[in-house]
Design a protein around this ligand. Structure first.
Ligand code: NAI
Length: 456
């Protein structure tokens, strides 16, 4: 039987990075992936959606270039070409992951694997009828779309009803697209399809979009997207689909139907805990595999990282968890600190947030102070945007004066936010953070300007 130091199940951002780091450290590593290296992020999530959104950005720039002194005629978008470029991007990056595995001596087996038990050889994992053993296991099996048992949903899945997988491969722009769920996936895809000409309606059962995002920021985003032609039906719950329509329950209990050529189902994701044999070695799980801040499960030698532990379903969280799991496996001290974990929504305008929101501070009874500035206080923002608005919001602990949260809406928000995450991670107070020199002119300076709004 082939014996390894580490077996990693799942080749998404968490799994492949863990394998790479362990291989780099000289460990004998085996990585299983049943679909495609790179997982959801690279193949049907983060990366392909950014390729599409970037095409929409070029299209919109070309359509509205006159204000910048550039004239473009006969501007069109070719959906097939957009999707073909997206496929090329994905292929390049997947092959990059493959090269990294090779460079770090990781053995990759493209099969579905399941844990069979444990004996004197270590943890036993089976794939395609072959059993492998390892001293340590990392479970990085990710998450799947939630498909609720609503009438018509399952029957139409992959055809009339699409998930994040199929929506990225549509060869034609639908006339009417109904998006179920105004969360991250729903908003990004609504933004793309509205930009390229679809009539988009987002049905969201809560009274706001963008989940736990700071409410003032998500309201600004909603207004911006409405200006771009997206219709929001807030407080409306989807109850089923029928050919050509989505059945909805309004806040007053009345029943409506919304016409659709295609439907995107984006109401959240669920950790992939089933079918991997967790019960064969006694790994505890509920909505996700139970882990601590060292990414350890209840079984010594077994770690769970990424979406499958259900902490934060974000690729960058998975990366950090991969590093922490490997550090611990190598006997080094390391832990994940989830409080300074940034999140980005790649809509146009873009959102970047980290730390506590006002709503969270209020719910937890935290005594906070807030300052905000419109993005137009940034010279670069004004130079590069016409008629756009945006906001920077900074929350500070009233007594300790350390930064609790930073929330941005506007260009480059996703690229800037890591700096704010660092301020929170380093527990900087307003006076400390003010000493940081920001490059000029950049949109990032808006954070510095907002910090100076606080009293000394
Ligand atoms: P989500 O949890 O972000 O949003 C789902 C939304 O659907 C919620 O607002 C919920 O209230 C609503 N909903 C649920 N049932 C409904 C019903 N019957 N009718 C109407 N509305 C309903 O989930 P989403 O957008 O599917 O994203 C899944 C995961 O992927 C998230 O954890 C997200 O963090 C991750 N992701 C992250 C991205 C990023 O970082 N930029 C991009 C895309 C996904």
């Amino acid at each position: 039987m082939d014996k390894f130091d580490l077996i990693v199940i799942g080749g998404g951002p968490g799994g492949y990075l863990a394998a790479e780091r362990a291989g780099h450290a000289g460990k004998k590593v085996l990585l299983f992936e049943k679909r495609s290296l790179g997982g959801v992020c690279l193949n049907e999530g983060c990366i392909p959606s950014k390729a599409l959104l970037n095409s929409a950005k070029h299209y919109e720039h070309a359509l509205h270039s006159d204000v910048f002194g550039v004239s473009c005629q006969n501007v069109t978008i070719d959906q097939k070409a957009v999707v073909a470029r997206k496929a090329k991007v994905v292929k390049t990056l997947v092959s990059g992951v493959r090269s990294k595995m090779r460079a770090n001596g990781v053995k990759v087996v493209m099969e579905e694997a399941a844990i069979k038990g444990k004996d004197a050889n270590g943890f036993l994992v089976e794939a395609a009828g072959v059993t492998y053993a390892a001293d340590n296991l990392i479970i990085a099996t990710g998450s799947s779309n939630v498909v609720p048992p609503l009438p018509g949903l399952r029957e139409n899945l992959g055809g009339f009803v699409l998930t994040n997988r199929e929506i990225l491969d549509l060869q034609e722009i639908p006339g009417k697209l109904v998006v179920i769920g105004g969360g991250v996936i729903g908003l990004e895809m609504a933004c793309y399809y509205a930009a390229v000409g679809a009539k988009v309606t987002v049905v969201e059962m809560l009274d706001h979009i963008a989940g736990a995002t700071d409410r003032e920021i998500s309201t600004m985003l909603q207004k911006d997207l409405e200006k771009k032609g997206i219709t929001f039906m807030l407080g409306h719950k989807v109850e089923g689909v029928e050919p050509g329509k989505v059945l909805v329950c309004a806040p007053d209990g009345s029943k409506l139907s919304v016409e659709a050529d295609k439907v995107l189902l984006s109401i959240g994701r669920r950790a992939n805990c089933a079918g991997i044999g967790l019960e064969n070695i006694g790994v505890e799980f509920d909505r996700g595999i139970t882990t601590d801040t060292l990414c350890r499960t209840n079984v010594p030698g077994v770690y769970a990282i990424g979406d499958v532990n259900g902490h934060h379903m974000l690729a960058h969280t998975a990366y950090r968890e991969a590093e922490v799991a490997i550090s611990n496996l190598l006997g080094k001290q390391d832990m994940v600190r989830y409080h300074a974990n940034p999140s980005v929504i790649y809509t146009q305008p873009e959102l970047g947030s980290v730390g506590k929101t006002e709503e969270e501070c209020q719910a937890k009874g935290i005594d906070y102070e807030v300052q905000k500035l419109p993005m137009v206080y940034s010279g670069r923002f004004v130079a590069e945007n016409e008629g756009a608005d945006g906001l920077c919001k900074v929350l500070v602990d009233k007594k300790k004066r350390n930064i609790l949260g930073v929330h941005l809406i506007g260009s480059y928000a996703g690229e800037i936010i890591w700096g704010a995450a660092q301020m929170i991670e380093m527990q900087l107070r307003v006076t400390d953070a003010r000493q940081i020199i920001f490059p000029h002119p950049t949109v990032s300076e808006i954070i510095r300007e907002t910090l100076w709004e606080f009293p000394d």
